[in-house]
Design a binder for this molecule. Sequence first.
Ligand SMILES: *Cc1c(COP(=O)(O)O)cnc(C)c1O
Length: 454
Amino acid sequence: MYAHPRYSPEAISELCQAHPLLNELIALKPVTWFNPERLPVEQALAAVGLTAEDVQDASQRLDRFAAYFSVAFPETAISQGRLESPIRKLPKMQQALEAQFQQTLPGELWLKMDNQLPISGSIKARGGIYEVLQHAEKLALKAGLLQRSDDYAKLHSAPFREFFSQYSIAVGSTGNLGLSIGMIGAKLGFQTSVHMSAEARTWKKQLLRTQGVTVVEYDSDYSVAVAEGRAQAAGDAYCHFVDDENSLQLFLGYAVAGERLKAQFEQADIKVDRANPLFVYLPCGVGGGPGGVAFGLKLAFGDAVHCIFAEPTHSPCMLLGVYSGLHDQISVQDLHIDNITAADGLAVGRPSGFVGRLMSPMLDGFYTLGDEDMLSLLGRLNEQEDIKLEPSALAGMPGPWRVLQDEGYLQRLGLTPERLANAHHLVWATGGGMVPQAEMAQYLAQAAALAGEE
Ligand SMILES: *Cc1c(COP(=O)(O)O)cnc(C)c1O
């Protein structure tokens, strides 16, 4: 069912002739590609089966569960059980990068700090946790144990944990999705197993094991971990498999970020419209996180928001899929790109076909960057703003300068100097909040070593 085509050397060389940028991808050069087929949001939305109501439904579900979070994860009580992250302006980082790239950035550089999301310290706390809640609610409603009007704090109790313990949840992950699903799955009482790919960090596996989660380790890459998890769950009616490559629920959970950001911007008096464009830079792995967030942003801000995905030069799977039009029918390994990167959250060789097909008309573009760039940006952000992120979360940081360097793109979208002067550039910091100190010290040492080489 999940067989993928194999490509002969001839087929690859024909593909590269038709799509010249692939030669640069194969050479592992940093590339930038703006999407010539971006559609006005109305048109793009009309073509997809998803609507604002679907995202609204997800948002209301999260509201119902707020009472549960306040008691089950007391650290969320200060935000009334809502899992959300702050935004922050980065004036010092902006200056440092303007010097580094030798180009002033008109407008302001901001950070969306999903590294501070409660429970798992990454963007996966949006989609991953949401999907488990959706599943749990469905089971409890069906069993007659719960009504939508109830106080969901009652789910944090022995009878509910016992009820959920008849069921299991499985997921394949590069680390952070497993961490999010494992934490919430185990807390609700589900038997939870997480299939971790080779790049998943040891501390994540250890943390999950202390929570009673079964962690299965693989020597191979993410796609294999997902396929194995999927195979083990198939045929078990009591097991729900969270399918990172194809899940609508994950996607909707991420999409709630759009209206949340809109409210935060209103509170901060930040205007977004045609005269005041918003650029958002999203690190991309399999695509569900950035895809879902971008979908929510398009619903919230329409054509005034410009979404750009960032990937490692060694794992440019979504760029490859969208640019070639082959989506999940091609992997970076088909081009002999190794999918080995320090940005473990982005180490994905084959993109989600579901997300690529749905989102490509809504995206402005893609770019790739090297591991050294992510690591030195990690050091730079710590030094300038005292913010510590994991390598993946820095992928969006050079994005504003990639935008400035493409005259053709700016002209095509009518992004005049007047509009750019009012722009907000929001880098989505997707993770790093739970990285142990010793591990963070290693990242910072690597960054310092790179700075020393300059
Ligand atoms: C998972 C992850 C991403 C990308 O999300 P996808 O859904 O895989 O595209 C980005 N950053 C971090 C830190 C992640 O864990």
